[in-house]
Design a protein around this ligand. Structure first.
Ligand code: TRP
Length: 399
């Protein structure tokens, strides 16, 4: 059965809009889940994950950074029956890597480590070339998206993957592996579907309309090569879900399993934006992996919080971690111990912990994390080029 149709236009929900290329307004995640028709990542499924992966669960799972899924139980069933799923995630190289970009990669590294599964990473330099220049985005040449793709990979792979189980599809390099299946997908997606799902208009270039076919392929490629169904699990930002609704809709016609999905919410920007984004005029909205300790210090000290306007008021009424960009960072990786995280949250709400103190505690953690990431890049340099597919292995082209 197909997923319920999900209207996408801002007109359907005027207060917010979530597409792969635009996040606007204040996202109501509960309504988004209803609108997209996804399942909540709540008690029962989290308990099952904890049993499989060990306690405590990864902070990103335990602290509601991952919020919803599609068919996750089916992927776990298959794993337990001895046909492990593979993981698939990706990166569209449009700028430097910041902390929000790491979220799907960190969960993939964790699942790969715990379950010994394969990971496929797609780098969509083609996408970022095609979509650059429009909608206020900076114009990028193909040479630039290509350069950013490799540069971004070094940062993303520094999260720590098993080189033997990590495969990279870099679109403009690996296109021979991708193209035959992209054609099979493209033939089954009409222009009216693409318009309904992504809101394309007549002035969108024709490359951007085709692009979603390319993003579907890694979900099917391992099955196509093995000539047997291998389930796929895609950890991604919830903004990528529209692509994979299309992937899921065409899967059965092509004879492949529908990929399962695991969605994370958007990490808020430090300036209070809904999404940590990296536009040139708002660099202090995001913490980049290349930031110096001085940058980190400045950005966090100016960050938007859920604090009150005076100390007296905050002591009396407490602060609100639910709207705080600093608390959103604590949820990710900077307070791995559940006890410490709970203590931060509780004392924030009660007014015992003031924002300045909380920020002062976070700064060295972020600095240490960035230093550690940078160290890892040298390791990644050793294997990155051999992980990128260059020629289609036999079996990927139709015979
Ligand atoms: N389109 C994604 C982006 O802009 C990149 C991407 C490709 C991706 N395949 C993916 C992201 C699979 C998540 C999962 O960043």
């Amino acid at each position: 059965m197909n997923d319920p149709p999900a209207p996408h236009d801002a007109s359907a929900h005027p207060s917010f809009k979530v597409t792969p290329w635009e996040v606007k307004g204040k996202i109501d995640y509960e309504r988004l889940r209803e609108q997209f028709g996804t399942s909540p990542l709540d008690g029962p499924i989290l308990a099952r994950l904890e049993k499989m992966l060990g306690s405590p669960l990864h902070p990103l799972l335990a602290r509601e950074v991952y919020i919803s899924h599609r068919d996750l139980p089916q992927a776990l069933d298959s794993y337990e029956r001895g046909n492990p799923f593979f993981l698939y995630t990706g990166r569209g190289p449009s700028g430097e890597i910041h902390l929000a970009h790491l979220i799907p990669f960190e969960i993939c590294a964790y699942l790969q480590r715990k379950l010994g599964v394969n990971l496929w990473i797609q780098v969509t330099d083609d996408e970022k070339f095609l979509f650059s220049g429009a909608g206020g985005r900076t114009e990028l040449s193909l040479a630039e998206t290509y350069r950013l793709g490799r540069e971004n990979l070094l940062d993303l792979l520094s999260v720590g993957f098993d080189p033997k189980r990590t495969h990279i599809l870099f679109d403009t390099i690996s296109i021979h592996s991708l193209y035959p299946l992209a054609l099979e997908v493209a033939k089954r997606v009409t222009f009216s579907t693409a318009k309904a799902v992504f809101g394309f208009k007549n002035d969108n270039n024709i490359g951007s309309i085709f692009f979603t076919a390319i993003q579907s392929v890694p979900a099917f490629l391992p099955s196509a090569r093995a000539k047997r169904p291998i389930p796929c699990l895609i950890p991604c930002g919830v903004d990528q879900d529209p692509h994979f609704r299309i992937t899921r809709d065409v899967a059965e016609a092509l004879g492949y399993p529908k990929p399962a999905l695991l969605h994370n919410r958007m990490l808020p920007g430090l300036l209070g934006d809904e999404k940590m984004s990296s536009s040139a005029d708002r660099r202090d909205n995001a913490i980049f992996l290349s930031d110096s300790p001085k940058d980190v210090q400045r950005k966090i000290s100016h960050a938007f919080t859920g604090g009150r306007s005076t100390v007296e008021e905050q002591r009396r009424l407490g602060a609100n971690p639910d709207i705080c960009s600093v608390h959103a960072l604590w949820k990710t990786r900077f307070a791995p111990e559940p006890k410490e995280f709970e203590e931060i949250t509780r004392t924030c709400r009660s007014g015992e912990l003031l924002c300045g103190e909380c920020k002062g505690r976070l700064v060295p953690r972020v600095e240490a994390f960035l230093a550690q990431q940078r160290e890892q890049r040298a390791e990644v340099e050793k294997w990155i080029d051999s992980a990128i597919e260059r020629d289609a292995p036999t079996g990927s082209t139709p015979s």
